[in-house]
Design a protein around this ligand. Structure first.
Ligand code: GDP
Ligand code: GDP
Length: 458
């Protein structure tokens, strides 16, 4: 598993310049999938021997009624929730501005790890701004020049120890870029980083049993570990070791209650689910067995897929079902029919009330999370691709056959693949879908969205 780094900062500080440098201009992978996160660019980055996903928050220039500050604030919050590490850029030539201070405040409160960098740091015109950056309360700033490629050694030195927490460095997959981290000794002291808990959201209609489920999970653990060990709870989440795995479970019922206190009632059922989905790595969609797959369930399931989260469907209140066999068959059929985009996602039955089935739920969450992080080697993919092409050649619109040349995995969480081909714009949706479904089958990737990007040769 690799980590993700979000580049945040006000407009014009150099975010896109840095993004392009990290991703390499030859394969700047722009996520053009329609969806909720269209305004965030993601790419596979490499810095020295580090491989990671970089997220650029620039480019949100759509006209909206909101103030720039409001938009910046939202976008920054979103980036923080999505990414493991935030790289906060200021413009050293301009010095610290009021908007920088607003964003720094969000980051201080909300981000897991923040690295501060004063960009446009080449030359003495930047000296004052670099000093000012200390005042943001985010530690020592890195002096960076995205344009001239200076300061990347220091960025590497700060990222390297953090990346250890995300273990398993990826193989040779990320596109090559020329970042010279030099021969210097970059062995800086390693900060202590806790294992990041797995982020789970439990979403579903009111009364599906979300609170009961979370209490049941906590209760079980409390029996095993004693009343105080390993459990902390705030209004919106519980942190717990569930069967030895650290997890943070976002409780949308809790969010609703908290929001009510604050009298922010607008569009609650949707917006609290939405927020939870953004926090989560795995989304557990909790259905009431008596009224499964209601509109609201379908909407949130679709959202989870578009946001690229791993998904587990849990059917609750199984204790009061009489004809369990028939019911399960019916549920599976409805699932396939109503949520084709989540094909292969695990469906488990549980009783939040009695605790039955929670072991299966735990196993399904772990599996979905593993698959979401899966990385397939380029060699395996290309062997697979040539087999696919033989079995079912791509179409030939207007008599010209589309050639699929080469394939590689560009990202994980969720898995994303790039296929280099001729006429990417002519590739019919049905063929892409065929490739995605076959990838899912052949590499055993149930329960995760899979992204496929067609790219022309550059
Ligand atoms: P963004 O809005 O934060 O994505 O900023 P851009 O990457 O678009 O950069 C804004 C401007 O700053 C552009 O004109 C860049 O060429 C310039 N810029 C970016 N990095 C540097 C740098 O390190 N030094 C200098 N002098 N200019 C830079
Ligand atoms: P939430 O709004 O999704 O948090 O739902 P609650 O946890 O408040 O549960 C709503 C109702 O369903 C309560 O009356 C629960 O006792 C009941 N309930 C929850 N889980 C189960 C279950 O597994 N079996 C049965 N029979 N009832 C359940």
């Amino acid at each position: 598993m690799t980590f993700s780094l979000a580049i945040v900062g006000r407009p014009n500080v150099g975010k896109s310049t840095l993004f392009n440098r990290l991703v390499g201009k030859r394969l700047a992978l722009v996520d053009d999938q329609p969806g909720v996160t269209r305004d965030l660019r993601e790419g596979a980055a490499r810095l020295g021997d580090l491989r990671f996903t970089v997220i650029d928050t620039a480019g949100l220039e759509e006209a909206t009624d909101e103030s720039l500050q409001g938009r910046m604030r939202k976008l920054t919050e979103r980036a923080v929730d999505m990414a493991d590490i935030c790289l906060f850029l200021i413009d050293a030539r301009a010095g610290v501005t009021p908007m920088d201070e607003v964003l720094a405040e969000i980051l201080r409160k909300r981000a897991k790890h923040v690295i501060l960098a004063a960009n446009k740091g080449e030359g003495s015109a930047a000296d004052a701004g670099v000093l000012e950056a200390y005042g943001l309360g985010l530690g020592e700033p890195i002096r960076l020049s995205a344009e001239h490629g200076e300061g990347l050694n220091d960025l590497y030195a700060q990222l390297m120890p953090l990346s250890d927490a995300y273990e398993e460095s990826a193989e040779e997959e990320a596109p090559e870029i020329d970042v010279d981290v030099g021969e210097e000794d970059v062995d800086s002291p390693r900060p202590i980083t806790k294992a990041k808990p797995l982020q789970i959201a439990v979403v579903g209609r009111p009364n599906a049993g979300k609170s009961t489920l979370i209490n049941q999970i906590m209760g079980e653990e409390r029996l095993l570990t004693g009343p105080e060990a390993g459990i902390t709870r705030d209004a919106i989440s519980v942190q717990i070791d569930w069967e030895g795995v650290p997890m943070r479970i976002f409780d949308t019922a809790g969010m609703r209650k908290k929001a009510k206190i604050q009298e922010k009632l607008e569009k609650l059922s949707v917006s609290d689910g939405l927020r939870a989905v953004k926090f989560a790595e795995v989304v557990v969609i909790l259905l009431d067995a008596a009224i499964p797959f209601e509109q609201q369930d379908l909407r949130i399931a679709d959202l989870a897929e578009r946001e690229g989260r791993a998904v587990v469907i849990a059917v609750n209140k199984w204790d009061i079902e009489d004809d369990k066999q028939d019911k399960l068959k019916m549920l599976r059929e409805e699932f396939t029919r109503l949520l084709p985009q989540l094909r292969g996602a695990p469906l488990v039955t549980v009783s939040a009330k009695t605790g039955k089935g929670l072991d299966r739920l735990h196993a399904a969450i772990m599996k979905a999370h593993t698959v979401w992080n899966r990385r397939v080697t380029t060699a395996q993919l290309n062997r697979w691709l040539s087999g696919m092409l033989e079995q079912h050649p791509p179409p030939a619109p207007q008599g010209k056959r589309i050639k699929l040349r080469y394939m590689t995995q560009a990202k994980t969480r969720p898995p994303g693949f790039v296929v280099m081909c001729s006429h990417p714009d002519k590739m019919p949706e049905s063929y892409s879908r065929y490739l995605v479904n076959s990838l899912r089958e052949d590499f055993d990737m149930p329960g995760t969205p899979i992204r496929l990007y067609m790219r022309g040769q550059s």
